[in-house]
Design a protein around this ligand. Structure first.
Ligand code: UD1
Ligand code: UDP
Length: 351
């Protein structure tokens, strides 16, 4: 079959990495990169490190408000789909690139697979929540990462097209872990194993308001220990435009490649984030995770006692809570195993 994979943002390259390798063994795979993420360290580095084939199309669409960005993606993705006439389109996660890909496929009556289907934060102020709901309702094959995702899909009457595959990032993460050289990153940042926090922030509700971002960084500055902070470009722009002060216990870096980042995760003491993917990876690595959000779509990690939610816009003095957070000893496999193989088996049976 001719299969068209559509990606655009950092976490989608990571998800594509393991699937694309297997897809290419059985099918003719074409990759569209919408261009949503474009800095070398947000895009090219992932293709190189994770050995993903160069995209067949890079649409270079990366500016504008949501409507403009998604609208331009719709126009250009449709042009490619009409030209390539794929048998199947695959979209990943919940970004604007996901939304555009799913809508184009649906309007052109091309079967679409949505990978990471069924997630719900139940917060419709997040652009991702809208994107994932639409992608689920317009796609034909919903690959759900967890039981709760399946439950969410059933609640929206989507069970007949849902498959419990597990989470594709399990496989990408495992491959990366096999490649990382543990000590390199510790040496590079003069930090010691299990003795630093790893921080990422990029959710608009945390970083787009400079006063809140300032307060978050100030609060984290009270933590006893170093904080390694690879700064997402959205966050970097706000820090620079508003001269936000970085506390002295922070080690600031550019966004890191996946191997460096995975290595820093696995050696960290605790992980502090508002990222979706990082909450999962922290759980996979059995690292205490503090999520700076009021809710999460990865509720299993919270229920299991490994992920503490802190809403930074209403809570103060949370450094103490972060320091004292100690996960339960309970641990079960939430995200599955051999996920790529399961997905490929389903795809190979689509005719
Ligand atoms: C996007 C996704 C979000 C995902 C995140 C992963 C949407 C609505 N949001 O958020 O779901 O969690 O990616 O990281 O699709 N920028 C650069 N260089 C880059 C990338 C972005 O300068 O390589 C700038 C953009 O120009 C923009 C800002 O960062 O000003 C935000 O980028 P955008 O892709 O719109 O949203 P993200 O916050 O990255
Ligand atoms: N990541 C990375 N380098 C970094 C920060 C994150 O490789 O500097 C990886 C991280 O391991 C995870 C993914 O990027 O797999 C998460 O992406 P992000 O937080 O941008 O998006 P989200 O998952 O929230 O959509």
């Amino acid at each position: 079959m001719k299969i068209l994979s559509i990606v655009g943002a950092r976490p989608q390259f990571i998800k594509l990495a393991s699937l694309s390798k297997k897809l290419k063994q059985f099918h003719d795979e074409i990759i569209i990169h919408t261009g949503q993420h474009f800095d070398k360290e947000m895009s090219d580095l992932f293709f190189k490190e994770l050995e993903i084939s160069k995209p067949d199309y890079n649409l270079e669409i990366n500016s504008g408000n949501h409507g403009e960005q998604t609208g331009r993606m719709l126009i250009e993705v449709e042009t490619v789909v009409l030209k390539e006439k794929p048998d199947i389109v695959i979209v990943f996660g919940d970004t604007n690139s996901t939304l555009a890909g799913a809508l184009v496929a649906s309007k052109l009556h091309i079967p679409a697979i949505h990978i990471e289907a069924g997630l719900r934060s139940f917060n419709r102020n997040m652009p991702e929540e809208i994107n994932r709901i639409i992608a689920d309702h317009t796609s034909d094959y919903l690959f759900a990462p967890t039981q709760i995702a399946i439950k969410n899909l059933c609640a929206e009457d989507l069970s007949s097209k849902s498959y419990l595959t597990g989470d594709i990032m399990v496989d990408s993460h495992r491959s990366a872990m096999l490649k990382v050289q543990d000590d390199e990153s510790l040496f590079k940042y003069s930090i010691n194993k299990n003795n630093y926090y790893l921080l990422t922030l990029h959710r608009p509700y945390n970083v787009d308001n400079p006063a809140l971002l300032n307060r978050i960084l100030f609060e984290l500055g009270k933590l006893n220990g170093k904080i390694v902070f690879p700064v997402h470009p959205r966050t970097n722009n706000i820090i620079n435009q508003n001269n936000i002060i970085i506390p002295s216990n922070f080690i600031i870096t550019k966004p890191l490649g996946y191997l460096d980042f995975v290595s820093l995760q696995s050696n960290s003491y605790k992980i502090i984030t508002d990222s979706g993917g990082i909450q999962k990876e922290a759980y996979i690595l059995k690292k205490p995770c503090i999520t700076l959000r009021s809710e999460t779509e990865w509720v299993e990690t919270v229920n299991a006692g490994w992920n503490l939610l802190i809403n930074p816009s209403i809570e103060s003095y949370y450094a103490e809570k972060i320091e004292s957070f100690s996960p339960s000893l309970k641990y079960e496999n939430i995200f599955g195993e051999n996920v790529t193989t399961k997905m490929i088996e389903i795809i190979n049976n689509i005719s």
